[in-house]
Design a binder for this molecule. Structure first.
Ligand code: EPU
Length: 302
C-alpha cells in the first residue's frame, strides 16, 4: 500500500517516524517470503498513540512487525502499511536482578548481555530468533524455558485505549505460545527479573542448548521456526516425520529434512506455495491421527 494521505505524511517528521517506500517484506522476514508495502519506522515510542490515531482517522490499515521470524506474509502489493520500532541505544538496562529491555532488542543478544552480568535463567531461549517484543507476545519458549516466567512488567501500546500503559505480571497470563495481550497491543518494553548465576555456568547452559538446536533444527535455511503448535501430549514434528513427509514440497516450500515441523523456503517459495504445503500437511496429519494442527506461525494474508 502506498501511503498518500497528506495528514499522515506531513506529521511523520515531527513524530520522528521514517517512511520507507515499497519495503519488500521478503527481505524482512526469516522465511524470505512477502510482498511490498510502505513501512513506518518508529524511533520514539511516545509517537505511537498519535501515529495510530492519524492512521485510523485516515482509514489506513496497518500491521505491526517485530523481528519477522515467526511470520508468513502474503505475496504482491500488500493492503496495509507496516509499523516497526527502530532499535534503541542502550536497549538493555540493568537494575540489580532486573533487566529493562526495549521490545525491539534482539532476544539472543539480550540473553548474552544479561549472562555477562551474571543474570541467567534464559539459556534455553538463546537460539530463538527475533525480538524481545515478539518473544513476549508469543511467550516464546524452548528447552523448558519460556520468557513469561521472568516477566515482571510490560510497557505496551494499547490500541483499544489509544495509550501507552504498564501492565504488571499479575495482569498478564502466559501460556504455551499464547498470552493474554490483545491482538492489536504493541509491546514496547519489558522488565525481566532474572536469577543470579555465574557467567561461566550460564555460558555452559547456552552451549548445550545451541548444540541441541544445531543438531535438530535447520538453522542455516530460511524458516519461521516451527510451523504448527504441538497439540497437547503430542509432537507435530514427530507426526509429520512418521508420515514420511520430510522433503515433501509445494513449489519451493519444503518440509525440512532435519525437523519435520520446520518448513523451509528452499529457493523462491511464494506465500501461496507455503500455504499449500501447510494445508496439505495439516490434512495428512488430520487423516492419519485425527488431530487438527494449529498454526504457530502468524499469517499476514490478504
Ligand atoms: N521428532 C521427530 N522428527 C522430527 C522432529 C522431531 O521424530 O522431524 C521428535 C523428536 O525426536 C522428539 C520429539 O519429536 O522426540 C520432539 O521434538 P523436539 O525436541 O525437536 O521438539 P519439538 O516439540 O518439535 C519444541 C518447540 C521448538 C523448540 C523445541 C526445543 C513447538 C511447536 N516447538 O519443538 O520451538 O525449539 O521444542 O525446546 O513448541 C518454535 O517455537 O518455533 C520452535 C521451533
Amino acid at each position: 500500500m502506498r501511503l498518500a494521505d497528506q495528514s499522515v505524511l506531513s506529521a511523520l517528521p515531527e513524530l520522528d517516524v521514517e517512511l520507507i517506500r515499497g519495503a519488500l517484506l521478503a527481505e524482512r522476514t526469516s522465511l524470505g517470503i512477502g510482498g511490498t508495502t510502505d513501512l513506518l519506522l518508529i524511533r520514539d515510542h511516545a509517537a505511537l498513540p498519535e501515529l495510530v490515531t492519524l492512521l485510523r482517522e485516515a482509514g489506513i490499515a496497518y500491521k505491526f512487525l517485530g523481528g519477522g521470524t515467526n511470520l508468513l506474509v502474503g505475496d504482491g502489493e500488500l493492503p496495509w502499511v507496516v509499523l516497526q520500532l527502530a532499535r534503541q541505544q542502550g536497549e538493555v538496562r540493568l537494575e540489580g536482578n532486573a533487566a529493562r529491555v526495549d521490545a525491539a532488542a534482539d532476544l539472543g543478544r539480550t540473553v548474552t548481555f544479561c549472562a555477562k552480568h551474571d543474570l541467567g535463567g534464559m539459556e534455553g531461549l538463546i537460539g530463538v530468533p527475533g525480538t524481545v517484543g515478539g518473544a513476549l507476545r508469543m511467550n516464546a519458549g524452548a528447552y523448558g524455558t519460556q520468557i513469561g516466567s521472568y516477566v515482571r512488567e510490560v510497557e505496551l501500546y494499547r490500541a483499544a485505549d489509544s495509550r501507552i500503559e504498564v501492565l504488571h505480571e499479575n495482569k498478564i497470563s502466559f501460556e504455551y505460545r499464547h498470552t493474554s495481550f490483545a491482538a492489536d497491543d504493541i509491546m514496547l518494553a519489558v522488565k525481566l527479573e532474572l536469577p543470579s548465576k555465574p557467567y561461566r555456568e550460564i555460558l555452559e547452559g547456552i552451549r548445550i542448548c545451541n548444540e541441541k538446536r544445531r543438531s535438530s533444527q535447520p538453522l542455516n535455511q530460511k524458516s519461521a521456526g516451527c510451523i504448527f503448535k504441538n497439540p497437547p501430549g503430542a509432537s507435530a514434528g514427530r507426526m509429520i516425520d512418521e508420515l514420511g513427509l520430510k522433503g515433501f514440497s509445494v513449489g519451493d516450500a519444503r518440509v525440512s529434512d532435519r525437523h519435520a515441523n520446520f518448513f523451509v523456503n528452499a529457493g523462491r517459495a511464494s506465500c501461496a506455495d507455503m500455504l499449500g504445503l501447510i494445508g496439505q500437511v495439516r490434512e495428512r496429519v488430520h487423516k492419519s491421527y485425527g488431530i487438527e494442527l494449529e498454526n504457530e506461525v502468524i499469517l499476514w494474508i490478504q
